[in-house]
Design a protein. Structure first.
Lengths: 175, 175
DNA sequence: GTCTATATCAAGATAGAC
DNA sequence: GTCTATCTTGATATAGAC
């Protein structure tokens, strides 16, 4: 499953064959099907794992004292992965972008990690006393996702770092 | 080619079969291969067409008198397609996101439409007297792309409209 | 539970009549 | 140039031995 998450991120869901995952994880092909009946089941498990990781990350941020600090630390998470993001995009964003065009239920489930972040950030901006916390949260997450996409398109990690800094300054300006 | 552009946008490049394009365009399957030797050739043509459309759009915006007006009008283009964007994502952003994970040259070519916009916007911000026009252009395009992705993930056209308005207000504040 | 061999099928690409 | 029939490949999924 970890191999699947990595390969879906690096090569995309559609372009990753189960044989690729079998080889990368050293798990025999047939064995994968013992745990995941279909490829869709596997990507569902990957998305669920992403959602759990997000929940853990947000819980960690909640340990910080002030909301502005927490929001800035959220943004910093993408900057920590700047080289991976510039090469392969944001793991949540690129997967949601690919799965969102499907008609089955998978498209909605793929949005869960981003939804969790959005809801959490809305709470933080509310605590900050922002007049429109939902819009502010969307501005922050859109800024993160958009710079991840641009940094990926231009293969430029510096673009990501610059924009994250810009977002952090914006957050700081209303603390 | 127009059918390919539409289906690549709606279903994604990998998930669209040439048979789908043949059916949608009423062009017999074998006939497509007379004009495009491979599926990669076809998506290359689609990206080239996107780049041309972008060039035409930017030339149209150049007709406006003031740079702030032009930049706001650029952002308005996405709001005009709000329902399509909320359902299928930005046609440039989603294609670049899918093709960017490929190792061949196609990944770089897919970035051309976004690069054209970025370069143009940089010039506009420079004309506006912005201290860091490159960063401002990245902020604008990242905001547009990020809200397109979020609006798509949440299936919420209003999110896109809100964010576009926010970006336009930001542009207006420095005119 | 593990693993190899294979069935099945869809999709890219081609052959060749018209 | 147009179109149908088909070849070929590769990927999902399964069968069945161990």
């Amino acid at each position: 499953m970890a191999s699947a998450a990595e390969l879906f991120h690096h090569k995309g869901f559609g372009a990753t064959a189960l044989a690729d995952i079998a080889e990368h994880s050293k798990v025999p092909l047939g064995n994968i099907y013992y745990y995941y009946r279909t490829k869709d089941d596997l990507v569902r498990a990957v998305v669920d794992a992403q959602a759990s990781q997000v929940a853990v990350m947000l819980a960690g941020l909640d340990e910080m004292s002030r909301p502005a600090e927490r929001l800035a630390a959220l943004a910093a998470r993408w900057d920590l992965m700047r080289d991976v993001v510039a090469r392969h995009g944001c793991p949540f964003g690129s997967l949601v972008s690919e799965l969102d065009r499907r008609a089955d239920g998978l498209d909605r489930e793929a949005a869960v990690p981003l939804t969790l972040i959005l809801r959490w950030a809305t709470g933080q901006f509310r605590e900050l006393g922002h007049a429109d916390p939902e819009q502010a949260a969307a501005t922050l997450l859109a800024g993160i996702q958009g710079s991840s996409l641009l940094a990926n398109a231009l293969r430029d990690p510096d673009l990501l770092t610059d924009q994250i800094r810009h977002l952090q300054a914006w957050i700081g300006s209303m603390a």
